[in-house]
Write a protein that binds this ligand. Structure first.
Ligand SMILES: [Zn+2]
Ligand SMILES: [Zn+2]
Length: 156
């Protein structure tokens, strides 16, 4: 009797995985591929006002991993600051992502890619919080040092 050999490389499937996302109405369709550069929650006033929510769940991706499949012409852009180009669907008003050219990353809102298992690792801009979240994750005063922030953490 011969045992079946398992030659499939482990981890390959998750590395190359593609996750499908869309805006509220479905006019804008896109995918993200691989694994995000980071996931977490942003408590800053800009995110709160833009999303009309107490906190923004973010997932950060390199621009080449985000592909628009449909509705590129429906995407509106607003940039209050050169750091953040906020994008939404012109048909439904649903928010889809924010381009951060300075960081070289795109924040695709966790809420618009339900297929992606959301595994937050950090809270940012916690000094501005309106919703304390006692989940044991690090609470950055502003941003991690590698993202241009102070790198200081706060108590929950
Ligand atoms: Zn839409
Ligand atoms: Zn924010």
């Amino acid at each position: 009797m011969t045992a079946a050999t398992e030659s499939r490389p482990t981890g390959q499937a998750t590395q190359n995985q593609t996750f499908h996302g869309s805006c509220f109405c479905g006019s804008v369709q896109f995918t993200v591929s691989g694994q995000p550069a980071g996931m977490g929650y942003c408590h800053c006033e800009s995110c709160r006002k833009w999303s009309a929510a107490p906190v923004n769940a973010f997932t950060l991706w390199k621009p080449e991993t985000v592909k628009i499949l449909q509705g590129a012409d429906k995407i509106g852009t607003y940039n209050k600051t050169p750091n953040s180009y906020r994008k939404w669907c012109k048909d439904c008003g649903g928010h889809v992502f924010t381009d951060h050219p300075g960081m070289g990353l795109i924040d695709v809102y966790a809420g618009v890619i339900p297929e992606l298992p959301f595994k937050p690792g950090v809270h940012v801009h916690y000094q501005e919080t309106k919703l304390r979240m006692r989940d044991g994750l690090p609470k950055m005063r502003d941003l991690p040092a590698e993202m241009g922030g102070s790198g200081t953490t706060l108590a929950e």
